[in-house]
Design a protein around this ligand. Structure first.
Ligand code: PLP
Length: 379
């Protein structure tokens, strides 16, 4: 390898996918230096050059010193949380992602951590909980599926005064539409399976933080083992090259679709933070640089009519997940919120006729025509 490198001129423009799980050293002293100072590579669960390339690229975009890559968004979320709590600690949270909510309400209490969860309309309750003293404030914004936006800076400031660490799941915003660090977030979390990967072809997650917290999360990953694979890391690096272009287009398409859906016959209500009628529009205006590629809307029909609408779509695909090149729709009651009781759904404002849409890269007219055609089926 060394001889080859000396002979051949030219270096790759993109990071090579390094598959080696272990690394050889010229001396035991060099090996010890890597073990003690993380000054190189020794074993793939610790660090890998391709994973490092993806981590550095995201850290730069997200504006933190460190990004730690995981095998999925949930691996990033659970490993990061576990890095900052111990038994008898308290956690306050405003979150909706199903598996995260389960981790907060089942897993953490089982290991002796008490968790208080609040809805987006109970920020006051969350503020009060912070004053009781918590180890972690865990937030998610914008939230699935009504795109509720919470005032991150206000909550983070209160949490910091009480010495808590602030974690935010910023997946729905992507690194383009929200600057967590500027809002006072200590650890920014992403399911890179969504906007960052962006092509429906890679599962990954990241926790971004300053050097000290980044190191702590990295040690957590080293122990719990949910590390990002080098091939997946390459796909993430590649996705980051076009992230701003894609998200810019997705913001524009979602915004146009939201405007177009308001007042459209057959549509009862549209949820998009960019609309003045959205309850959190003022916060979103202050807090976000773009309103995002996600929207949801309620049809003027029941659950069965809504299913007929979904079945009548042809360009727009019926699929879970979000943030990729293809426009996807789901009916939350049959999918992400299926495990909730009717009372819980009512409280959360999730009705049978609610459709969630993730804007892809197709032309606006093609998407609008598809929706218009499907709406006629429901009439
Ligand atoms: C998808 C998602 C996750 C989980 O990410 P995975 O990559 O599927 O593990 C967490 N939070 C939000 C908001 C998500 O959309």
């Amino acid at each position: 390898m060394e001889e080859e490198r000396r002979e051949m001129k030219g270096r790759p423009v993109v990071p090579p996918i390094v598959r080696s799980t272990t690394y050889r050293f010229d001396s035991i002293e060099d090996l010890v230096d890597v073990v003690e100072h993380r000054s190189g590579y020794i074993y793939s669960r610790w660090d890998n050059p391709t994973v490092r390339a993806a981590e550095r690229a995201l850290a730069e975009i997200e504006g933190y010193e460190e990004a730690v890559g995981f095998a999925s968004g949930m691996a990033a979320i659970t490993s990061a949380i576990l890095g900052f709590v111990r038994a008898s600690d308290r956690v306050a949270a405003i979150a909706t992602y199903g598996e995260t909510v389960r981790f907060l309400s089942d897993f953490l209490p089982a290991i002796g951590v008490s968790v208080r969860q609040f809805g987006p309309d109970d920020a006051d309750g969350c503020h009060a909980a912070l004053d009781d003293g918590v180890a972690i404030l865990y937030l998610e914004s914008p939230m699935n599926p009504l795109l509720r936006v919470i005032d991150i800076a206000a909550l983070a400031e209160r949490a910091h005064r009480r010495g808590a660490v602030v974690l935010l799941d910023s997946t729905f915003a992507s690194p383009i539409n929200q600057r967590p660090r500027e809002l006072g977030v200590d650890v920014s979390l992403h399911s890179a399976t969504k906007y960052i990967g962006g092509h429906h072809d890679v599962t990954a997650g990241f926790a971004c933080a300053d050097e000290t917290r980044g190191e702590r999360i990295w040690r957590q990953r080293r122990m719990l083992g949910g590390v990002l694979d080098p091939s997946a890391a390459y796909m993430i690096w590649r996705g980051l090259q076009t992230l701003e272009l894609r998200v810019g287009r997705q913001n524009e398409t979602a915004g146009r679709l939201a405007q177009w859906l308001v007042n459209r016959p057959g549509v009862r209500r549209v949820h998009y933070p960019g609309l003045e009628i959205h309850p959190d529009h003022a916060i979103a205006l202050r807090q976000m640089r773009g309103f995002g590629g996600m929207l949801s809307f309620e049809l003027d029909t029941d659950g069965t009519g809504t299913a007929r609408f979904m079945n009548a779509l042809s360009v727009i695909q019926l699929a879970t997940s979000l943030g990729g090149t293809a426009t996807l729709v789901t009916q939350p009651v049959t999918n992400t919120h299926a495990s909730m009781s009717p009372a819980e759904r009512d409280a959360a404002g999730i009705s049978d006729n609610l459709v969630r849409l993730s804007a892809g890269l197709e032309p606006f007219d093609v998407l609008a025509d598809d929706i218009a055609r499907a709406l006629r089926v429901v009439e």
